[in-house]
Design a protein around this ligand. Structure first.
Ligand code: ARG
Length: 457
């Protein structure tokens, strides 16, 4: 006999137990676990699998556990294997033998599938509420800035003038799509797996549709093997969150640029900025940078869960326990980023004069000068060439199109007249763009009204 044999075996068991256990992270859905058990027992009694008295005892016990965990009177045992074992063991400890009937016609496989769905359903609602708050903050900016000019960019080069309302409405559209993705997932995932058992259902006469209705599901799942091994909705949610984070991150990138010394389009509130330990003048956009940075974590969750699922044979395998920590982290991260971003946005100040000036230079009205010629019969391709020559001339002389004299215009094309100045003014450039989706304040106002309706419905 080895001198250290006993000790080694024991230590190995401890390691195995720790490796196997999920209590450290699945305790977060103790409410869902208890709610599922109460529904299960209610159904068992309706089907006369348990007596009414047994049902009452078990439910009273479960409710007691719930309120004691909530109040802190009962601590979740960190040595338990998982939340399901903890609740069941505590129940038996408290109400005795009748508690042993709770797990009739159920497996931890369908139980965990249910708990996760219940938990995720609530989290999707919470995410949706946060996106809605962000949309509300965006809409406020849009409504207040229908006529606040700024340059629009392509290739990060000034292209054509737009408005703050128009630029922010682009993000409004993105976050609206994010909400619709959340809605789709909610709808598709809303089927109840309880009663699928370990993988092949059960021989007890369960009423699965009844359990489903008790737990506010649309219906029960149709295939017991799929019920315990489906994690599609988590993949869909991670994908939706990854997309949301991508949107937030792009927005943060712009805000970081706009907040820089070079742009000075916006100024972040002190509450959302931090200082430097060495450079006294610094006010850094750390929150925006962190949101941009944390996007990687959420992308990581999506790739992790896809990879975890890709080689799992039907039905339940323990690999699937890996779904929790990463999805929880992705949800916590996305929720945190959404609410911080909304706060940052709502307190951000715009330097409207600087934005306007910036919109006026960089030849953002060159397209409009070409359109002017087109309206006077010059074919667009020729007009493009003429304005190209104007721009070259201006660059050489250090002028903008607005500064050129009419003689200078006419020297390049006699089609130009005194009304060119009006035609290429910043105001005209923006106001004339009134096709649906364009920045013209008249059309943008209608779009904003639609947004308001959408948020109110
Ligand atoms: N902790 C497990 C999980 O998260 C619960 C299901 C356990 N089932 C089992 N057959 N061991 O997936």
């Amino acid at each position: 006999m080895k001198l250290w044999g006993g000790r080694f075996t024991k230590e190995e068991n401890t390691l195995v137990n720790q490796f196997n256990a999920s209590i450290s992270f699945d305790q977060r859905f103790y409410r869902q676990d208890i709610r599922g058990s109460i529904a299960h027992v209610t159904m068992l009694a309706k089907q006369a699998i348990l007596t009414e008295d047994e049902k009452y005892q078990i439910i009273a016990g479960l409710e007691g556990i719930l309120s004691d965990v909530e109040s802190g009177a009962l601590e979740i045992d960190p040595e338990a294997e998982d939340i399901h074992s903890f609740v069941e063991a505590t129940l038996i400890e408290r109400i005795g033998a009748v508690g042993k009937k709770l797990h009739t016609g159920r497996s931890r496989n369908d139980q965990v599938a249910l708990d996760m769905k219940l938990y995720i359903r609530d989290e999707i609602s919470a995410l949706d509420a946060l996106v809605k708050e962000l949309l509300q903050a965006l809409l406020t900016v849009i409504e207040e800035n229908l006529e606040t000019y700024m340059p629009g960019f392509t290739h990060l080069q000034k292209a054509q003038p737009v408005t703050i309302a128009h630029h922010f409405s682009a993000y409004f559209e993105m976050f609206l799509r994010d909400r619709s993705r959340l809605f789709d997932i909610q709808k598709r995932m809303n089927t109840c797996p309880l009663g699928a058992g370990a993988l092949a259902g059960t021989t007890y006469p369960l009423d699965r549709e009844y359990t489903a209705s008790l737990l506010d599901f649309d219906c029960a799942t149709r295939n017991s093997m799929d019920s315990v091994s489906d994690r599609d909705y988590l993949i869909e949610l991670c994908s939706a969150m990854a997309t949301m984070m991508m949107h937030l991150s792009r927005f943060c990138e712009e805000i970081i640029l706009w907040n820089s010394n070079e742009y000075q389009f916006v100024e972040l509130d002190d509450a959302y900025s931090t200082g430097s330990s060495i450079m006294p003048q610094k006010k850094n956009p750390d929150i925006a940078e962190l949101v941009r940075g944390k996007t990687g974590r959420v992308y990581g969750a999506l790739i992790s869960i896809l990879t975890t699922m890709k080689g799992i044979p039907l039905a339940y395998n323990k690999d699937m326990q890996e779904d929790k920590e990463l999805v929880f982290d992705a949800i916590d991260t996305t929720k945190g980023c959404l609410s911080l971003f909304t706060g940052m946005l709502a307190t951000m100040r715009f330097h409207k004069e600087i934005m306007k000036k910036s919109a006026m230079n960089g030849f953002t009205n060159a397209t409009d000068a070409a359109d002017y010629l087109v309206n006077r019969g010059v074919p667009f391709r020729d007009a493009h060439g003429i304005v190209g020559r104007l721009v070259l001339y201006c660059l050489d002389k250090g002028l903008s199109l607005d500064d050129m004299s009419l003689e200078e215009y006419r020297a390049i094309s006699p089609v130009f007249d005194a009304d060119i100045y009006e035609a290429i003014s910043l105001k005209t450039c923006v106001e004339k763009r009134t096709t649906l989706g364009a920045p013209g304040p008249s059309v943008m106002k209608k779009v904003a009204a639609k947004y308001r309706k959408l948020l109110e419905s």
